[in-house]
Design a protein around this ligand. Structure first.
Ligand code: HSE
Length: 399
């Protein structure tokens, strides 16, 4: 019997053990043979767990068990997760992972190592949680030149923005609920500052453009500065606010960034609320495809990881390793992608017209106004004009 091991017993690890047990036969059919849980690597005791007889603290038990064919790394981070992933591959085991930080930072290296050692390295759950996203991007859209990928890639921030917009809840209150529902990272800074979305944008860019991107090179702004006034003014202008990760191919190269955006109320992404994620893929043959689903949480993420385990087992003689691209040149600055901008400002309509001819301000309950500019390439040019209107905030508008 083929065995698999789970590294980590947090939200995703617990969900994975459950989903693997619940769908044992269905997964066996997908894998082409029965699979047995061999070990769960833990750091704490779980005396009441139904899997207590599988819990181990010593990774070498897994590494040295020749019956373990697949290791599911759901520890998170780039410390132990990186070390154990490497060691598992070196020991001839396939590795599957939902760890976006590890895939964004060391994915290309681990993929190369997996190819060298004839094992699979799969990470469907690392972007979009339970949404089938990376396989469709790499396989179903193989006949396309990918021109842009963009989307709502973090469930915690989407949950917070939705709660602030629809229910008037405060940022702190909505964050607390997202944490209690198991959506947030151990340190929610990675969510609210856009770092988690940046890692996912990196992986999408790697897979889309064949250029391995360093997440540190992606300009990233989170949602901590989005105020209730922005949501109110956006609504009056016909928009909502979403944190988007975007990666695009231009004539000159690749550009990628993570920022809050105004999204028109009739755009498909505007209706993606709560913990849901959605990713739009623009392909040369297909046009635009949007994939949507639960982007975080134990069972949605486990759904993706469990399918990867089955896939790795099915393909033991024909290992699967997505192409995370070659190290490439520098990314273009975010300005390479032309945008209109939303501006929140403290000024009268005359000042708006003088600085931004044609812009039509709306006024909100704080006395501030909001308006949308024409298309501008250069953020510096925008920032110079912000002083003239006493600008308080500026966010891109999704074209
Ligand atoms: N903290 C992440 C989110 C978990 O909120 O989307 C899923 O990657």
């Amino acid at each position: 019997m083929i065995k698999y091991a789970i590294l980590g017993f947090g939200v995703v690890g617990g969900g994975l053990a459950q989903v693997m047990a619940d769908q044992k036969d269905k997964l066996a059919a997908a894998a082409g043979r029965q699979m047995e849980l061999g070990y769960i690597l833990v750091r704490h005791d779980y005396p009441d767990s139904p899997w207590r007889d599988k819990l181990v603290r010593d990774f070498s038990l897994i590494e040295n068990d020749p019956d373990v064919a697949v290791v599911a790394e759901v520890i998170g981070g780039v410390g132990a997760a990186y070390e154990y992933s490497r060691r598992a591959i070196l020991a001839g085991k396939s590795v599957v992972s939902s760890n976006k930080e590890l895939v964004a930072v060391h994915g290309a290296e681990l993929a190369a190592l997996a190819r060298e050692h004839g094992v699979s390295y799969l990470f469907e759950g690392s972007v979009g949680g339970g949404i089938p996203l990376l396989r469709p991007l790499c396989r179903c859209l193989a006949a396309n030149r990918i021109d842009q990928v963009y989307g709502i890639l973090n469930g915690t921030t989407n949950y917070i923005l939705t709660a602030m917009d629809a229910h008037g809840r405060s940022f702190a209150d909505a964050l607390k609920t997202a944490q209690s529902l198991g959506y947030a990272e151990a340190d929610p800074t990675a969510d609210v500052e856009g770092i988690d979305a940046c890692r996912k944008t990196t992986i999408l860019a790697d897979l889309s453009f064949g250029q391995n991107v360093d997440p540190a090179d992606i300009p990233t702004r989170g949602i901590t500065q989005v105020e209730p006034a922005d949501l109110e003014l956006a609504r009056a202008l016909g928009y909502t606010v979403k944190l988007l990760g975007r990666a695009a191919r231009t004539g000159e190269g690749i550009c990628a960034f993570v920022e809050p955006h105004l999204v028109a109320r009739d755009h498909i992404l505007a209706s993606v609320n709560g913990v849901m994620n959605a990713c739009a893929i623009q392909g040369s043959a297909v046009g635009e495809v949007v994939l949507c689903g639960p982007g975080a949480g134990a069972h949605p993420t486990a759904s993706a990881v469990a399918a990867d385990i089955a896939d790795a087992v099915r393909h033991m003689a024909d290992p699967q390793v997505p192409d995370l691209g070659r190290p490439g040149g520098a990314l273009l600055p975010a300005d390479a992608l032309c945008s209109r901008w939303y501006v929140r400002a403290q000024c009268g309509p005359e000042a708006v017209s003088a600085a931004f001819p044609g812009a039509e301000p709306v006024y909100g309950s704080t006395g501030e106004c909001g308006f949308v500019t024409g298309a501008m390439y250069d953020r510096r040019q925008l920032e110079e004009k912000l002083a003239a209107v006493n600008g308080r905030a500026a966010y891109r508008v999704l074209a």
